[in-house]
Each structure stands twice: as structure tokens, then as C-alpha cells.
Design a protein around this ligand. Structure first.
Ligand code: RIB
Length: 311
């Protein structure tokens, strides 16, 4: 079993479903609303946990009614809350998510709240758990200083540092220096590199920009098309699997959690990309973000069926 650690967001997703998304000023009659555990960090760690990793998140939440939803999620999953600070004075973060029932696409407003309190000290307090980790995974829903602290510990203990630069936030270019794997989607890749990413040639150009910032490996997810990888020498493209999507919230998180799990287990990058592709494909066939993450057995079954890989 690989161990994946990193600072990450804990958020409660408040998700409304409607036949189409409203334009500004329009009111649309929706069909249902759901409250559930989410947040890119927590989704990614839940994906890693269910995919077979020991997943350790460093985060923060309030002691309120939304915090209870996250507490229950961690208890049900059997995931460690050792490094989840519970601050009575903080509001648990929330995300307002609108889902178009036609094409399963979403729009999200995130209120970071307690996630903004995940600082350097919180990451350093978990240092002992970086020593025997196998991969460090994080994203941009806590603070830049937490991400930098995680990178510092990953480098100190020579662990692969996987950065999902989502959502887009302004960060110093130096933050990318030394990142082992950066995993933007096409929109994030454009934000950070200035290259509009549509074709594979665009992916190559964006990757060059990341390399210039000091990134070692670039993984660009292209939604329903698939995923592009390059380390500057080798290129890999893995097409997405054709599935009937009901909700795409958390698909990128499923991919990152699956990818980190396979990297933590020491599999070659092509296997990790395919493992992650299967993780994401299953997640979009289910409702919710964290609750939609598949279990290892399901991922292995799809991996063998679609890619003829038996782990
Ligand atoms: O990536 C999906 C996640 O982004 C949702 O769970 C929501 O919490 C937002 O942070």
C-alpha cells in the first residue's frame, strides 16, 4: 500500500440540479438539492483512500453543522482526521454547485472559509508523516504557503510532489520550480502558461512553458478527450473512456487521487495515467464528489477490461 499525504481543502458541496443552468437574472426550477462532502483536497484524498492508498490530509474545518458532514464522511470512510484542525471560530468551507442535468456540466462558487487557515505550521506539524510517505499531493484550495511547505517536505524526503494547480489562483512562478508532476486541465494550463490549449501541439507548447518554470513532468487533462503526458522526451496520450456521465464534479479530483495512488505504488507513469483515467471514468457515472469515488476493485476491473492491464 502506498501512502499519499498533503494539505488539502475540506468543503461541503451544496449541489442543485436543473434541466439547464440559469443565465444572469434568470430563475430556473431545479429538481433536487444535495449536501455532501467535497473540496478538491478531500475529494482527491478520498479517491486515493478508496483506490487503495493510505491517504493523509492536512486541513481545517469549523465545528458547525457543515463540519459535521465532513466529520461523518471521514468516520465512515475510516480516514484519518489526525491533521484536520477543528476550529470553533471558523466556518467550514462550502461550495455552491449548479448541475445541468442535460450534459452533466457544472458551475461552482467556492467559499474557502476554514481552508484559508491551513498554513505552514500545520504542514510542518505533520512532518513525521512525510518521512514514510510515497507521494505528496496537493492543490490550490488551501494557501500558497501550505503548498510551498508541502513541496519543501517532499523535496527534503525525496518524495514525488504532485501539484494539481486548481482552481486557478495567482501564485509566484517559483512555486512550480521542482514540481515532479503538474496536473492542470486545459483551462488551468492556459492560465498558468498563456498558451490556449486545444490541440496536442498546444499541450506541447504549454508543457514547454511549465518545463521553463522548473516542472519535471506535465500531465494535462483534456476532459472527454483524455490526458496528455510529457516529460520533455517521451509523450503519452490516454483517451478518456466512454461512459454515461451524470455528474462531472470531482472528476479531476478522482483522476489526481488515482494518479497519486499509482505513483505512490511505484507503477510506471503510463500505468498511473490509465489507473487515473479509470478512476475518473467511474466517478462521473455517480452523483456527488467525494461519494462518487470508486473503490480499488472497480478500478482494477476497468483497467483490465479497457487497457488489458492486470495489477
Ligand atoms: O473539484 C470539485 C470540487 O471543487 C468540489 O467538490 C467543490 O468543493 C469544489 O471545491
Amino acid at each position: 500500500m502506498g501512502k499519499v499525504i498533503g494539505p488539502g481543502s475540506l468543503i461541503v458541496d451544496i449541489t442543485g440540479f436543473a434541466p439547464h443552468l440559469p443565465v444572469a437574472g434568470e430563475t430556473v426550477k431545479g429538481s433536487k438539492i444535495r449536501f455532501g462532502p467535497g473540496g478538491k483536497g478531500s475529494n482527491q484524498m478520498t479517491a486515493a483512500h478508496r483506490a487503495g492508498a493510505q491517504a493523509v490530509i492536512i486541513g481545517c474545518r469549523g465545528e458547525d453543522v457543515l463540519g459535521q458532514i465532513l466529520k461523518d464522511h471521514y468516520a465512515t470512510e475510516g480516514m484519518s482526521e489526525e491533521y484536520v484542525a477543528v476550529l470553533p471560530e471558523a466556518d467550514t468551507a462550502s461550495a455552491l454547485i449548479e448541475i445541468d442535468e442535460g450534459d452533466a456540466q457544472n458551475r461552482i462558487i467556492v467559499i474557502f472559509a476554514a481552508n484559508d487557515m491551513v498554513k505552514t505550521e500545520a504542514v510542518m506539524a505533520a512532518e513525521k508523516d512525510f518521512i514514510d510517505s510515497d507521494a505528496v499531493l496537493t492543490q490550490f484550495e488551501t494557501t500558497t504557503e501550505a503548498v510551498l511547505a508541502a513541496k519543501k517536505l517532499a523535496k527534503k524526503y525525496n518524495k514525488p510532489f504532485i501539484l494539481n494547480p486548481a482552481p486557478f489562483v495567482e501564485v509566484p512562478n517559483s512555486l512550480f520550480d521542482g514540481v515532479d508532476y503538474v496536473t492542470p486541465n486545459e483551462t488551468e494550463a492556459e492560465f498558468y502558461t498563456g498558451v490556449k490549449v486545444d490541440t496536442i501541439e498546444d499541450c506541447r507548447k504549454a508543457a514547454e512553458k511549465f518545463f521553463a518554470l522548473g516542472v519535471k513532468n506535465v500531465v494535462i487533462t483534456l476532459g472527454v478527450r483524455g490526458v496528455f503526458f510529457t516529460d520533455g522526451k517521451e509523450e503519452i496520450f490516454v483517451p478518456a473512456l466512454k461512459v454515461k456521465a451524470v455528474e462531472t464534479t470531482g472528476a479531476g479530483d478522482a483522476f489526481n487521487g488515482g494518479f497519486a495512488t499509482a505513483i505512490a505504488e511505484g507503477y510506471p507513469v503510463e500505468t498511473a495515467l490509465k489507473f487515473a483515467t479509470c478512476t475518473a471514468a467511474i466517478s462521473v457515472t455517480r452523483l456527488g464528489s467525494s461519494p462518487s469515488m470508486p473503490y480499488r476493485g472497480e478500478i482494477l476491473e476497468l483497467l483490465e477490461k479497457e487497457f488489458d492491464i492486470k495489477l
